[in-house]
Design a protein around this ligand. Sequence first.
Ligand code: ARG
Length: 458
Amino acid sequence: MKSPSRSGVFQAGTDERLEAFAESISFDHRLYRQDIRGSIAHAEMLATVGLISSDEFTQIRDTLREIESELDADRLPIRFELEDIHMHVEQALIDRIGDVGRKLHTARSRNDQVSTDIRIWIREALDEVDAQLEALQRAFLGRCDSDMDVVIPAYTHLQRAQPVLAPHYWLAYIEKFGRDRERLADCRRRVNQSSLGVAAVAGTTLPIDRDQTARLLEFEDVTANSLDTSSDRDFMLETAFVLSVIASHLSGWAEEWIIWSTVEYNFIKIPQEFCTGSSIMPQKVNPDTLELTRGKSARVMGNLQTLMLLVKNLPMAYNRDLQEDKPPLFDSFDTVAAMLSLAAPIVAGSQLQRDSIASRLEKGYLDATTLMEWMIRKGVPQRRAHHLVGAIVGEAMQRDVPLCDLPLDIMQAHAEEIDDSVYNCLGSKNAVNAFVSYGSTAPDQVRFQMDRWKKILA
Ligand code: ARG
């Protein structure tokens, strides 16, 4: 069968190897609902401006709906010679209603059609990712109240740094995923522009109404330049970037919890439903979900690179290379959606290992900086206080005791400003309570941020 896009200019058929090489139906079939929705809106507009009759519109619309239910039921045969989902749908229409079906492609090209379809698809997919991110934020927030009693080390350079409340960590992730949601909403604004009606590249001589199709398809606006629109994939690059940042956040979290779940740390226990065993070592419970979250994030970032490279040397406007944009984009969405669907139950179901955390909390001098700031408040210049506390910590290390167990006279030997009241800021719990600044791990601050997020996510 001859492809409907092969006009009278062709005297030879298509080489079968090219058909197999050039088809996109194997992946763009995912756009069928969006394609049919776009076509119905286009046909309605054609009827409004008088390019087809209202009877013809009704016929086209009803037949397209029929085709849609067949596609829903997976009953439409795939034919490589029809290349893509757009031609499959159009050919099915023509097979059923002949010349009326042949009018659908009036004032339209697959170039604006494919761009319109993918914009609708991405818009919906972004909304799904947003809902999943919100669910993950809720999972973290849901832990905050009950984990308020746990003080945990914060690390820099993966070395113990300062003590924080466990919910401070949870809120940190809520902030990261909150920014991801903002980026996603911002990106969505540029996705949500109607390409329909720019036709192939220069627009059309026919009296179409682009605003009407934009309205029918719930786009916020119409694009302003046909050349730009025919070539534009910025909205896909942005989408792939937003997904990459999400993947990066998930990967960092996964890495952290993999470390936290080792015997060496023993901070957290991952629910066993999300772990696997070893075929040879009977004792093993491996955090595979987290490892694969970390691993699969590489694919999402790779997809961003693929898309960047795909477009970087393209002259305007549509070039067939652009057909290659969909596999990486779909893969990024699929991968991020899968990661998010597992992250939320892991976050909700993991258990902090309170005793284990507490038993080693006074190792590593998490309160040293608090002591330094105590001295600053007593009037010691920061650089001097830093030096003195360093010496005091050195002394405590030699005796293998935490700062709170170091006798007062030993401390005073280093810094005479120190008095009895210093013990109120020593020890990790006291140190946490000593914080005051906005955004810090001070219990009041943490509660304030918890309340703020409870309102946002209410
Ligand atoms: N299968 C093509 C794609 O997905 C459809 C656009 C084809 N346009 C063209 N001028 N050949 O990009």
